[in-house]
Write a protein of this length. Structure first.
Length: 99
């Protein structure tokens, strides 16, 4: 999270759990090109059209608006890394060779 009035701060989101990592933009620069950045008020407006809406403290879109930046992490990369494409390619090649 960041805005023009205060320094950014970073959370780690793991499913339903969040962990405060500290002050500053602490995302891994390896994933810089994979980041998604949205204004918080835009996300709240989009969620207000759904069945569950934000009903907390009003968020200003003009005075110190917050921006939410989301980046993948090494943990996420490791959880999704797989050798399945190589396995499927090898099986396909075997089918064509021995069919």
């Amino acid at each position: 999270f960041q805005n023009e009035c205060s320094p950014p701060f970073t959370y780690q989101i793991d499913g339903p759990r969040t962990k405060f990592l500290g002050s500053g933009d602490l995302h891994n620069s390896k994933f810089e090109n994979m980041g998604q950045v949205r204004a918080l008020h835009e996300l709240l407006e989009a969620s207000s059209s759904s069945s569950s809406s934000y009903n907390g403290i009003p968020v200003s879109s003009s005075f110190c608006p917050y921006t939410l930046s989301i980046y993948p992490s090494i943990t996420m990369e490791e959880d999704h890394k797989t050798n399945d494409p190589f396995l499927y390619a090898a099986l396909t090649a075997l089918v064509f060779l021995f069919w």
